[in-house]
Design a protein around this ligand. Structure first.
Ligand SMILES: Nc1nc2c(c(=O)[nH]1)N[C@H]1C(S)=C(S)[C@@H](COP(=O)(O)O)O[C@H]1N2
Ligand SMILES: [Mo]
Length: 317
């Protein structure tokens, strides 16, 4: 685990400089009569009020692809987010009303410092966010190139101090059938759960994303915080996370539970292992007409192949 300075954890008073600055600005503007009372209320509590602010970001060139990015309109209107329906346009149509503020994430299990942390407190130590341009390969056979904004999951986990017993990380999506119409139907066993081995979770490529294309994450892409694991099929990149649990045992993941012969725990992109009902050898980049060859580990082998040395990837698909 990377050794990093300890960061303030849950329940620390909000003393962040940005907040201080916002508050001071508010005082000045309020004094100048720029705001009425109603407008001022939210500004006194900027963290309860605002979504994650992007602020300054840094480009992570080394881990980014220089391939052409999929247009933002496609990235935000061709989605899989079954909590809002199974159609590709359902998430863009229905996810906008998902309440993402306030939002907190529970960090549980094999950690020395468990806690339930408000979103801003969770992400604040990880600013400025990095821009990572990653390929995303869906198990259905399409792919995109998406400029995410976020920070390494490894950095977040280190703050909570995983114990020596922590072998896996389990992630859970919000369960809120009132706002997630798909959860009122038995399409999947809700809430959506995903998992990684601890060495996969702490690989430098593994990202917690809070934005894309320079802006706050749209609801349909998994606001306010989602996982991005670019060498695995898209379904591992779980959206709208409310719980991160470190465990000794391998998590039981949603897609594996739904169809164990079709969706393995590892779900590494692998052109040599067909899905039982279709080939995985090629893919169509959204916007392209023709298929292209799918690369082993989605082209991220130099960063992750060592994680699977000695494993039979046909068995551990
Ligand atoms: N909670 C949740 N996370 C999810 C899904 C989902 O249905 N629910 N779909 C997955 C699948 S199959 C893919 S391909 C990606 C799509 O991410 P995107 O819509 O941001 O491109 O999200 C993944 N994360
Ligand atoms: Mo997918």
């Amino acid at each position: 685990m990377a050794s990093r300075p300890r960061h303030p954890l849950p329940n620390d008073p909000v003393t962040d400089e940005v907040v201080y600055r916002n508050r001071r600005q508010f005082m000045q503007r309020a004094a100048a009569g720029a705001f009425g009372m109603a407008a001022g209320v939210g500004l006194w509590h900027p963290l309860a009020h605002g979504k994650v602010r992007m602020g300054e970001t840094i480009a992570s060139k080394q881990l980014s692809t220089d391939e052409e990015r999929t247009p933002r309109q496609k990235v935000t209107h061709y989605n899989n987010f079954f909590e809002f329906g199974t159609g590709k346009s359902d998430p863009a149509e229905h996810a906008g009303s998902l309440p993402t503020e306030p939002w907190s994430v529970a960090i549980e299990g094999e950690v020395a410092r468990p806690g339930k942390v408000g979103l801003e407190d969770l992400v604040r130590p990880h600013r400025p966010f990095e821009e990572r341009i990653y390929r995303l390969r869906c198990v259905e056979g399409w792919s995109m190139v998406i400029p995410w904004l976020g920070f390494p999951l490894a950095d977040l986990l280190a703050r909570f101090e995983p114990t020596s017993q922590a072998r896996f990380v389990e992630f859970t999506t919000l369960y809120d059938p009132a706002h997630m119409p798909g959860q009122r139907r038995d399409v999947l066993d809700w809430p959506y759960v995903e998992g990684l081995r601890i060495d996969e979770a702490t690989n430098p490529l593994t990202l917690l994303a809070v934005g894309l294309y320079g802006e706050v994450l749209p609801e349909q892409n998994g606001a306010p915080i989602r996982l991005v694991v670019p060498w695995k099929y898209g379904f591992k990149s779980i959206k709208s996370i409310v719980r991160i649990r470190l465990t000794r045992d391998k998590p039981v993941t949603t897609w594996h539970k739904a169809a164990p012969n079709e969706y393995g725990f590892y779900a590494n992109v692998n052109p040599n292992v067909p899905h039982p009902r279709w080939s995985q050898a090629t893919e169509r980049r959204i916007g392209d007409i023709f298929q292209r060859d799918t690369e082993m580990f989605n082209g991220y082998g130099e960063h992750v192949a060592h994680l699977y040395k000695g494993m039979d990837l046909k068995k551990h698909f």
